[in-house]
Design a protein around this ligand. Structure first.
Ligand SMILES: [Zn+2]
Length: 97
């Protein structure tokens, strides 16, 4: 069952800047819905969860300035995620050519 617009806004507002579990919040608000479906709906209001630290935030904060940078991670988690993606353990921040 999809959330109504009002429910979606309420859920997004509650999640913003927190790391709470979606199913816990839905239970707290008395909303009966599939957390995975709700997560999809949250994308439509730009509410997304960092894959690194699990904090909910605006989708635009999970995208790097660089078009090639990994997405889905916040500013704090992205450097580590990028290193992991590139298979380096060392310093790959600088790219002097
Ligand atoms: Zn993060």
């Amino acid at each position: 069952m999809a959330l109504t617009w009002n429910q979606l806004e309420q859920v997004a507002a509650e999640l913003d800047g927190t790391c709470q579990e979606l199913h816990t919040l839905l239970a707290k608000l008395g909303i009966v819905a599939d957390p995975e479906a709700v997560e999809d709906q949250l994308l439509s209001v730009n509410m997304e969860r960092c894959r690194g630290c699990g904090w909910w935030m605006d989708s635009c904060e999970l995208v790097g300035d660089d078009i090639d940078s990994v997405t889905g991670y916040c500013d704090q988690c992205r450097p580590a995620a990028e290193r992991a993606c590139m298979g380096f353990g060392g310093d790959v921040d600088e790219d002097w050519d």
